[in-house]
Design a protein around this ligand. Structure first.
Ligand code: DGY
Length: 322
């Protein structure tokens, strides 16, 4: 009898076809994420689960998963899964790092360019019929990137790749990370280590690349914004919960900081009533860090392979825990 695999959302056709060859699959349909109640009822009967960053795979849910052997998430982030408890229950957890590094670093850099050169703001002005004067000397002025200091908070794969992008734009790069690079690695990357505090105070742009954990929850809050320069920008392509969103809105409204480029939010999706949508000095993206055709296809392939291995009690290609 075929093993049962449940997907909380469909993957690309080629991936579903692969899964169907081996498993009896069921896919949650509809635009909204599956409810916790429904997930808890499904998880009792399945051998494998494919999930997404907005699902909550917590201890209460995992306790019900009597047959479950593998969880494979279509994301590099796995803060939505209680991986410790999964490990205790010998459930393998796979995720999709590496393949999305370039795409996510590109998006972070796109947000830097957009918010500093006011591209989306200009787009909105034109669409609303507000472009009246040609080439006014100080109309829609943005800021140069060269010589600005980019502070990279969390120098993992994506942070390092962002540093490469920034170097090509002649930016100065400082970083803060749990582990410091060797002097040779720092030289190669063109990035200088700094304390968290120095980075926050000195950067013209602070780009967040730390995962969401107990330690990084609301790491960026009003205290942080008050230390940042009034002229500085915050970029977040990591997880919304690393930033206190209410404080961010206040900081942007009161010009405590100059602007923000955001791909992630405390709760997603945000709707048009969200105060962030009323602010001109913010560029908003709908959590599309990894969303390029090439990257998403690679992610789907790895998601399936991780599941195939985990469901057979083998270590996924990219494995959390064990
Ligand atoms: C992930 O994979 O966790 C990212 O948030 C995708 O953009």
């Amino acid at each position: 009898m075929k093993k049962k695999v449940f997907l909380t959302r469909a993957l690309q056709d080629f991936a579903l076809k692969e899964l169907k060859k081996r498993y009896k699959i069921e896919v949650h349909s509809g635009k909204s994420p599956i409810s916790q109640d429904k997930l808890q009822s499904k998880i009792q009967k399945i051998d494998g689960l494919i999930c997404f960053p907005y699902d909550t795979i917590n201890k209460e849910t995992l306790k019900l998963a009597e047959k479950l052997k593998a969880i494979s998430t279509f994301s590099v982030g796995f803060d939505h899964i209680d991986t410790e408890f999964a490990k205790k229950r010998k459930i393998r957890v796979g995720y999709t790092p590496e393949v999305l590094t370039d795409a996510t670093a590109d998006l972070a850099f796109a947000l830097v360019l957009d918010v500093m050169r006011r591209v989306s703001e200009g787009d909105r002005i034109i669409r609303q019929g507000g472009w009246k004067i040609i080439y006014g000397a100080d109309d829609y002025v943005g800021l140069d990137l060269q010589e600005k200091t980019l502070g990279i908070l969390g120098l993992g794969r994506i942070g390092k790749t962002l540093a490469k992008r920034a170097r090509a734009f002649d930016m100065k790069i400082i970083y803060h990370n749990r582990n410091r690079l060797t002097a040779a690695q720092e030289k190669k990357l063109g990035a200088k280590y700094s304390s968290f505090d120095y980075l926050i105070r000195q950067s013209d742009i602070v780009s967040v690349h730390v995962p969401h954990t107990k330690q990084t929850d609301q790491l960026i809050n009003m205290k942080t914004f008050k230390k940042m320069k009034n002229s500085s920008f915050l970029i977040n392509t990591s997880r919304g919960k690393v930033v206190n969103q209410k404080d961010l809105v206040t900081a942007l409204k009161k010009n405590i900081i100059a602007g923000a480029g955001l791909d992630v939010f405390e709760t997603e999706p945000i709707d048009k009533k969200n105060p962030l949508t009323k602010l001109e000095n913010v560029v908003l993206a709908p959590h599309i860090g990894s969303s390029t055709q090439e990257t998403r296809d690679k992610m789907a392939k790895i998601t399936v392979e991780n599941l195939n291995l985990g469901i057979n009690a083998k270590k996924p290609i990219y494995s959390v825990g064990y």
